[in-house]
Write a protein that binds this ligand. Structure first.
Ligand SMILES: [Zn+2]
Length: 239
């Protein structure tokens, strides 16, 4: 029941008279190697938002935006990108619309390629006087389970925690494991296809649901804490 109460799409408009903070997951539909589904980023953003909203009646989770800016993944079948201009327009319009009835709106972003458009859109909305912020579902590169770039151990572990039935264990194989800083010039020039034939940046092998659960709970805890503090920086990032 709790889950249903937080889902904006399942509410009636007459339920929504009080002060609400809307969490709107922002994802992508792009290749995630041979072993993960195309909607990996959307699943992660939606799960972080859902878990953060549990047991807090003031929080509502909007249906996720399932498309983002994925130009760097063109060249792989399945990728559907709306590009940065369209993404910016969608986010700004959603922000203006939400601000007509909700007290606050937070974009919970699951796809690094949507930057810097997410903070750009949020900065515009804040400039217009709206209480909008954003949160990035990112795993620090250092630490026990250091985050890797794309479809590697980090995202594989999180998907194993969320729904192991969508992870193709037998198809897991390493991609380009060079550090992101080293890969960046190639990525900028030719996208992910130029750096990795299978689309993976990192190595998914050995990922476990248990470490995925820890990573998820880390992001959820961070989002909860930052929602409580509500201290968006000048680019609207919840800090
Ligand atoms: Zn991803």
């Amino acid at each position: 029941m709790t889950g249903r109460v937080t889902r904006l799409g399942e509410r009636a408009w007459t339920d929504l008279g009080g002060r609400h903070t809307v969490l709107l997951p922002v994802g992508s539909l792009e290749q995630h190697g041979p072993h993960l589904p195309l909607d990996t980023d959307t699943r992660i953003a939606a799960a972080v938002a859902r878990r953060a909203a549990e047991d807090d009646p003031a929080l509502l989770v909007a249906p996720p935006l399932a498309y983002g800016a994925s130009g760097e993944h063109e060249g792989f079948a399945g990728t559907l990108s709306i590009g940065h201009d369209a993404l910016r327009t969608v986010l700004v319009e959603l922000g203006r619309s939400a601000a007509r009835w909700a007290s606050r709106l937070v974009f919970v972003n699951g796809h690094g390629g949507n930057l810097p458009t997410v903070p750009d859109a949020v900065a515009q909305l804040r400039h217009e006087g709206r209480e909008v912020a954003w949160f990035g579902c990112a795993v620090p590169q250092s630490g026990t389970h250091g985050g890797d770039a794309h479809a590697g151990r980090t995202e594989t572990a999180i998907l194993l925690a969320l729904d192991p039935s969508v992870v193709r264990i037998e198809a897991m194989e390493p991609g380009n494991t060079a550090p992101l800083a080293e890969l960046l010039p190639t990525l900028v020039r030719g996208g992910v296809a130029a750096a990795s034939a299978n689309g993976v940046l990192g190595d998914p092998r050995g990922a476990t649901a248990r470490e995925g659960e820890e990573l998820l709970e880390g992001m959820v805890g961070q989002l909860r804490e930052r929602l409580g503090r509500w201290l968006p920086d000048d680019r609207g990032r919840l800090g």
